[in-house]
Design a protein around this ligand. Structure first.
Ligand code: OAD
Length: 262
């Protein structure tokens, strides 16, 4: 079912019923959920970060070894953007949903903290967060440096700080291509995908594994699946309810029509 224009009456009744009856809802978010907060996605034409930057120059351990100042500076630039951004109505609606359903597991591929700032208390960050750098040598957590005023400039070269224990460079607290996801977070979310009776994917192209396998598992289990996205994805034909449009409008609408007193 593909619902292109969503208003209170266009959220299918079957979906409202499924949400009301759900015992365990998984919500998986991607860059699209933060787009209306002004943060760029990765793959959207013209505005996506990977349209302007090469992932192999910025998001791999090899890139950090070759040019640590470029990589550290780029993530500091993104951290500054995140600090200036505010949660939007999609983040707020997800928080409200979490308070109404029996059990919700919230997982994100985003390295921002907008779900937390909207009030969601347990957020499983599958790709780490820019706020938690750590030592590339001994793994010791490092207090993120005070935000620099000039960190608003794109591609700022900044020498990363050094670990006071082992002297190795501090690296951004994000998962790069070719790296393992944080074990504990992944285990929780993978189990949730195998246990839930409703899975909602919001603002993700569903292309990057292993996160992209979560929705596919829910589809394989034949539980109710919902995809909220501005554009189509390769999963569209296999999803129970495809809600096409901005997450910042659709999610509040969905929550409002299932829980009218919200
Ligand atoms: P993508 O940029 O791949 O996909 C963003 C999705 O959000 C697209 O399908 C858009 O159509 C959709 N979108 C954009 N604005 C939207 C809005 N307002 N409402 C609803 N949908 C909207 O981002 P991700 O799927 O999150 O990983 O990317 C996954 C991973 O790839 C990222 O975590 C990052 C990246 O490389 C690493 O850096 C390891």
């Amino acid at each position: 079912m593909d619902v292109r224009t969503v208003g209170a009456l266009r959220i299918p009744e079957e979906l409202r019923g499924a949400l009301r009856a759900a015992e365990h809802v998984v919500v998986l978010t991607g860059a699209g959920v933060s787009a209306e907060s002004g943060l760029s996605t990765f793959r959207d034409r013209q505005t996506g970060l990977w349209e302007r930057f090469k992932p192999e120059d910025l998001a791999t351990a090899g890139a950090f070894e070759r040019d640590p100042a470029l990589v550290w500076g780029w993530y500091e630039w993104r951290r500054a953007q995140i600090a200036r951004a505010l949660p939007n109505s999609a983040h707020t609606a997800i928080k409200a949903l979490g308070e109404r359903v029996r059990l919700m597991t919230l997982a994100t591929q985003n390295v921002d903290d907008l779900h937390e700032r909207a009030g969601s208390t347990v957020v499983h960050h599958l790709h780490g967060t820019v706020a938690d750098p750590f030592c590339s040598g001994c793994g010791r957590p490092f207090q993120a440096p005070q935000q620099r005023r000039d960190a608003s400039g794109e591609q700022l070269h900044l020498e990363p700080p050094r670990c006071s224990d082992c002297g190795a460079r501090i690296r951004p607290g994000v998962v790069w291509f070719g790296e393992m996801l944080p074990r504990r977070e992944w285990d929780i979310v993978e189990r949730a995908a195998m246990d839930c009776d409703l899975f909602i994917s919001v603002g993700t192209s569903a292309l990057v594994y292993p996160a992209a396998s979560l929705m596919r598992r829910a589809i394989a289990r034949r539980v109710t699946t919902v995809q909220i996205n501005l554009a189509h994805t390769e999963l569209d034909s296999r999803i129970t309810f495809v809600l096409r449009g901005p997450a910042g409008s659709i999610l509040p609408e969905l929550v409002k029509c299932v829980y009218p007193d919200q």
